[in-house]
Structures are given as C-alpha cells and as structure tokens.
Design a protein around this ligand. Structure first.
Ligand SMILES: NC(=O)C1=CN([C@@H]2O[C@H](COP(=O)(O)OP(=O)(O)OC[C@H]3O[C@@H](n4cnc5c(N)ncnc54)[C@H](OP(=O)(O)O)[C@@H]3O)[C@@H](O)[C@H]2O)C=CC1
Ligand SMILES: N[C@@H](CC=O)C(=O)O
Length: 431
C-alpha cells in the first residue's frame, strides 16, 4: 500500500553533464514510462548543472541547463540531487547543502566518499535522507548494495578484484595487441573510461578509493583513501608482460582488502595471476570483485566497470531506489554510523609472493650467495630459473613463497649494495 502522501511526480537535478551525466539524462528520458511502472511516480529532470550553461549538450534540452547552484538548492520541488560532476569541491559542499535542504542524494563520486565519506554520511543520517553511491565502485556492477544489504548476515573477511576499467583496458591491449601504453590510455580516455585526470587511474588512486569504500562497508569500519597502499601500472613494461606470459601469468591491477585479527589490510598494485584464474579472463573495461564471507562462502561479481551507459545504469538503480523510498516515505533507512574502528596495517606488515628478475655475475657461488641473502631475511624461494648466460652475466628469474613485505624489502636493500648483483627488475607480486 502506498502512503497517503504518495508522490506522483518526483523532480531531480543532475550535477554534471559529462560522460556519466549525459548517460543519466538519457536514461531518465528513455526509461520514463518504465520508472513510473517500477515506482508509481513520474521522474522529471528539472535542472542539469554545468560549468558552462551556454555550451550545447547533445541530447540535453537547453532549458534545463544551468550554471547556478542556487536554482537547484533553493527549489523546494527538487527532491533528488544526482551528483556526477566529480572531485571533492564543490561536490562536497553541494551534497551537504542539499541534504540540509531535505533532498536525497545519489552520487558516483568515489574521490569524495573515500576521503570525506564519514562527514557526508553523517550529514545524510542527521537529515534522515538517502545517500546512495552504487556507481562509485566498479561501474555497472552491483556491489555496494550486496555488501551493505544482501550480505548483512555474514562476517566478510575478504574483498578483492579488478576495480579500474581504464587500467584493465590498457593492460589487455598491451598484452593482447602489443599496443603501446600511451595509445591504449588515449583509447580508454576516448571511450569515456578514464577520470578527468587519468593519473588517478594509472597510478592506482581510483582503485584505491574504491577499495577504501568497499573495505569500510565490508568490515564495518572506516578506511580512508590515504590508508590504502597504491601502486599503479606506469612502470609495467612490455618486457614484464612478455615474462609474465612465458611463466603462465597475466598482469592485472588488483585491489585487495582483508580483515585479519591484527587489522585491515588494504592495497592496490599490479599482480601476476595464473592465466587460468577466472580474473585472468576479465578483459578490457570489465571489472570483477570477489567476496569471501563466513556464511555465504565465495561470490564473484563481474561486469562493465566504466563508461557512460554502464555507469548511468548503476546511478539509475539508486535513483529508482530513492524514488521508491520517497513514494513510501521511508528515506534514510540504511545509515552508516554504527561501526567499530579497526586498525589498518602498513604495507610492510602484509604478506605477498614476489616475482623478480636478477642480473648477476655468472660465477661460482653467486646463486648460493643470492639464496642466502633471501633466506637470511626470511624469504624462501618457490622457483628459480636461469634464463640466460651472456658476457659473464646470468639472468635469474625467482618466484618467492609468501613473505612479509618488510623482509622482502630488506633483502632488496642488501642486493642493491652487492657488487655481484648488477640489476634487479620486473619485481611484481604474485596472486
Ligand atoms: N566515466 C566513468 O566511467 C565513471 C565515472 N565515475 C564518476 O562519475 C563522476 C563524473 O565522471 P564523468 O562524467 O566521467 O566526468 P566528466 O569530466 O566527463 O564530466 C563532469 C561534468 O561535471 C561538470 N562539472 C564539473 N565541475 C563542475 C562545477 N564546479 N560546477 C558545475 N559543473 C561542474 C562538468 O561541466 P562542464 O561540462 O561545463 O565542464 C561536466 O559536465 C566522477 O565522480 C567520476 O569519478 C564513476 C564511475 C565510472
Ligand atoms: N576511471 C574509472 C571510471 C569508473 O569508475 C575506471 O576506469 O574504472
């Protein structure tokens, strides 16, 4: 039964008319009658905020464009603010002002949530309003709602996967087409996958923000972006990709978050994955997230992680949810204020397996010397292959067992001071 004050028309404003905003506007028009069927209310986009309102926007009526925030915040008819402009400010101020003015929020802004999530969520809770952000993590893939709601009967211990479409696209093209890095990045930008500043993608910051958001929800604690260790793909060379293939691996930028008895581990870095692992088949701008939890066991979510319509799909899922809440007068049901703050580990305290290439003098005793440096620092060798012997230099490929990262780094520091070790390269963690 719908309540007495059942709303027939729900007005929304979209902040931003770029890649995602244009897709959201399009779905609001194309799916109009379906939204009425699904919610019982008609959705009308009353305003679209941009920096330059006189610029023509394909597919968006000129009449709704504005560059004046006051036209939205001071309009009592507007119930839902859909923030898809990105960045911290003015997005944060606009969201908080909108909540204070009694509006509901849908946002795709991981930069904001990963750094100031606590503040904006507290504002939503105070206002008794919805703040939904499915599109902020892994594009079209439903993962926020499953973590918050569908898996609420579990203790989640691990969330990991490929959570950046741009870098997955670049690595796929480099590995499968031999494309160079710059060309693959230019294509990802052209396709609308990259952030306004693609440094966020290629340096692993975007994935780090998504991991902070997921770790916070999954472990019911607070992890902010600065607590996430991030390493991007800018140092991955064609040689690294060639060696990976030769040893039966593919390189992926992975995010890992684990809840351990000593604290939360959360990190993003390139990793070698066995070519037969399900994540190895996740290509182009697709993302995939694995979740391990006590009652549910394992679940995997896969889909398009970036791009106009996949992201707009996730945004509109939230908008429809908020519309239903408005229709039934039940906004603000899913809050975030009850959590237990857990410590977050430093990267050096976490464990990894490593793949590395060592060029060293090709003479008796050197291999034993290298093995003893590793052994003395608690690094055991799972596999060692002598790749070549040329001009008095031997090239060794070593794969270690799992080791505390601090120990591995200590061994690397010792190698850098040994005259028999000429070069260490291609150091990549192994999943
Ligand atoms: N692209 C993707 O695949 C995905 C993006 N996201 C997130 O969605 C959000 C939007 O991304 P995307 O559409 O790619 O970004 P774009 O850069 O394509 O678009 C940003 C839009 O916001 C407007 N805007 C920016 N700053 C202001 C401001 N101060 N005042 C008014 N308008 C402003 C811009 O206006 P103008 O046009 O006038 O410059 C532009 O229309 C970001 O938070 C991003 O991280 C999330 C998942 C996937
Ligand atoms: N730049 C991001 C867009 C979606 O979050 C990505 O490439 O994944």
């Amino acid at each position: 039964m719908q309540s007495e004050n059942h709303k027939k028309t729900i007005y929304a404003a979209i902040l931003g008319a770029g890649t995602v905003g244009t897709g959201v506007y399009k779905l609001c028009q194309e799916m109009k009658s379906e939204f009425v069927q699904k919610t019982g209310a008609d959705l009308v986009v009353k305003k679209v905020l941009v920096r330059n309102a006189s610029k023509k926007r394909e597919g968006i009526e000129d009449a709704v464009l504005t560059d004046n925030w006051k036209e939205i915040i001071e309009d009592p008819e507007i119930d839902i603010v859909i923030e898809v402009m990105g960045g911290i400010e003015p997005a944060k101020t606009y969201i908080i002002e909108a909540l204070e003015a009694g509006k509901q929020i849908v946002t795709a802004n991981k930069d904001l949530l990963a750094e100031h999530g606590q503040e904006v969520m507290a504002a939503a809770e105070k206002a008794g309003a919805d703040l939904e952000f499915e599109a902020a993590v892994a594009g079209a893939i439903p993962i926020i709602r499953p973590l918050k709601q569908s898996m609420a009967g579990n203790r989640i211990s691990e969330v990991m996967g490929i959570v950046n479409g741009t870098t997955n696209y670049i690595l796929t093209k480099m590995s499968e087409k031999g494309m160079d890095y710059a060309e693959a990045l230019a294509q990802a930008t052209e396709l609308g996958y990259a952030e306004a500043d693609p440094t966020a993608d290629v340096e692993g910051y975007d994935a780090g923000r998504k991991m902070a958001i997921m770790a916070s929800i999954a472990f019911n604690s607070r992890v902010t972006f600065p607590q996430v260790y991030t390493e991007g793909i800018t140092k991955i060379s064609a040689d690294d990709i060639r060696y990976a293939k030769e040893f039966g691996y593919v390189i992926k930028l992975l995010g890992l978050a684990r809840n351990t008895p000593e604290g939360i581990e959360v990190k993003v870095h390139p990793m070698l994955i066995d070519e037969n692992h399900p994540l190895a088949g996740v290509k182009d701008a697709f993302n995939a997230v694995f979740v391990h939890a006590d009652a549910m066991d394992d679940a995997m979510f896969m889909g398009r992680g970036a791009g106009q319509m996949p992201t707009a799909s996730a945004v509109m899922g939230d908008v429809v949810d908020v519309m239903r809440n408005l229709v039934y007068n039940c906004c603000g049901r899913v809050g975030c204020s009850c959590y237990k703050q857990l410590p977050v580990k430093q990267i050096g305290e976490t464990k990894s397996k490593f793949f590395l290439r060592i060029h060293a003098q090709d003479k008796p005793g050197v291999l034993a010397n290298i093995a003893s440096v590793l052994g003395n620092n608690g690094v055991s060798i799972a596999q060692v292959v002598q790749k070549s012997r040329k001009g008095g230099i031997a090239e060794l490929v070593i794969i270690t067992d799992e080791v505390q990262e601090n120990n591995f780094n200590d061994a690397m520091t010792i190698f850098s001071g040994m005259s028999v070790v000429k070069e260490i390269s291609g150091v990549i963690r192994v999943y």
